[in-house]
Design a protein around this ligand. Structure first.
Ligand code: NZQ
Ligand code: ZN
Length: 387
């Protein structure tokens, strides 16, 4: 196990009825609130009204920023920063999925910075701090509710970049599983793929002697596999939604990465796909991950065999680590297909036209990953396998 420092300051309010506490939570932090949300799902399902009512009860001044898109864009972040400065906002409140939460994080940080918020991503400036940040999560997927990451797309340069900084942990996140009842089937599936992928990124590594990290990861993966059919069969099954929601948070609050060196190259490759083609992040991951696994299998065959045995419960039957590992990878791909995720680029209408450019961009800052350091040629080979 490697040395590590672990600090996660986000306060979580989990469960039925926690949404109604949003006013009280925000009021404890400031009087002027920027209420950030997406394309309208919260208006359709009534959450918008409930949040506003709770804020009004505390006599808070509320300014709104709506229209955050999936694969959220820099222009909306800039708009949010301008609103914060114009109205002396004290609290940014995000109500939505990862796209809304990530945008709110950068808006809250941008409010404390004189230049353009893209400077944080391009490396021109460090995140200087942020104003207060509260989230109400409506889609179980990214873990953004309890982590210090944000991913924003610059449409002008076709760059989708991630940023991690200690100032980007929310102060408080409200996780009310009932708010995920209305998530459409496809987005439920993409969210589930995303959380599985987060565990993969931190589970497949070369750090020796990490038995607890392994078993924590395996516990999350097995729970996701067990509860996915329940959530898909009955989207309003409270316990199933609650279980999946907490899995998503634990999959990427970086606890399971403490003491190990994660990989993250599949995420980097996927971010190129969603930057160029605006496909859902989870859809891209379902396509890329099994191919990455196949590509790096020989680096850590024992780990892939452990995955097959412990997570998928595939019996060894005299097979080598490599053969057993391969069976685990095949099962993973089959499972993605079974739950309704795409597993080839062709299914989402992507051909090889931009492969060269995407591989180039993905490796612009150096090689990707740690299980196998991927060069541009490796990324190109994996993309071709995804066709
Ligand atoms: O915009 P609205 O109308 O709200 O609709 C959204 C959106 O169309 C809808 N939705 C969300 N909650 C709903 C709902 N519809 C009905 N009922 C509800 N309760 O779902 C659609 C997708 O939402 P989005 O926020 O885009 O999804 P997700 O949470 O998967 O976030 C994806 C973004 O997060 C980034 C991804 O790259 C992508 O940009 N990531 C962020 C990470 C992080 N911060 O740690 C890590 C991840 O690896 C990921 O890269
Ligand atoms: Zn992800």
């Amino acid at each position: 196990m490697q040395n590590f420092e672990f600090h996660n300051p986000t306060r979580i309010l989990f469960g039925k009825g926690t949404t109604e506490r949003v006013g009280e939570v925000c009021a404890a932090l400031g009087k002027r609130v920027l209420f950030v949300y997406g394309g309208g799902s919260i208006k359709k399902n009534g959450l918008y009204d409930r949040v506003l009512q709770s804020l009004k009860k505390e006599n808070l001044e509320v300014i709104e920023l709506s229209g955050i898109k999936p694969n959220p864009t820099l222009d909306k972040v800039r708009e949010g920063v301008a609103l914060c400065q114009q109205h002396q906002i004290e609290v940014v409140l995000a109500v939505g999925g990862g796209s809304v939460l990530d945008s709110a994080k950068i808006i809250a940080a941008g409010a404390r910075y004189d230049g353009d918020p893209w400077d944080f991503f391009s490396g021109k400036a460090e995140v200087p701090g942020r104003i207060h940040l509260v989230t109400v999560l409506t889609l179980a997927a990214t873990g953004s509710e309890m982590n210090h990451n944000a991913v924003i797309t610059n449409e002008e340069t076709k760059e989708k970049l991630g940023l991690s900084h200690p100032h980007l942990f929310p102060d408080v996140s409200i996780l009310d599983p009932e708010n995920t009842f209305t998530v459409p089937r496809e987005h439920t599936v993409y969210g589930i793929v995303d959380m599985m992928a987060h565990v993969f990124e931190q589970y497949f590594h070369k750090t020796p002697e990490t038995p607890l990290q392994d078993r924590l990861s395996e516990g999350i993966m097995k729970t996701i596999i067990e509860y996915t059919p329940k959530v898909l069969a009955n989207p309003t099954d409270y316990d199933a939604r609650a279980t999946i929601m907490w899995c998503g948070t634990l999959a990427l609050n970086h606890l399971i990465e403490a003491g190990v060196e994660g990989d993250w190259s599949s995420h980097d490759i996927e971010h190129e796909l969603s930057a160029f083609y605006d496909i859902p992040h989870g859809a891209g991951l379902a396509i890329v991950f099994p191919q990455w696994m196949t590509y790096v299998l020989d680096e850590i065959p024992g780990k892939f065999a452990q995955f097959a045995e412990r997570v998928w419960e595939i019996p060894r039957n005299g097979r080598s680590d490599r053969e057993l590992g391969k069976a685990g990878i095949e099962r993973t791909r089959e499972w993605f297909r079974e739950i309704g995720a795409p597993v080839t680029l062709r299914e989402v209408g992507i051909d090889e036209r931009y492969f060269e450019l995407m591989a180039d961009k993905a490796t612009k800052r150096g090689s990707l990953g740690s299980v196998k350091k991927l060069t541009k040629e490796d990324v190109l080979a994996i993309l071709k396998m995804c066709l």
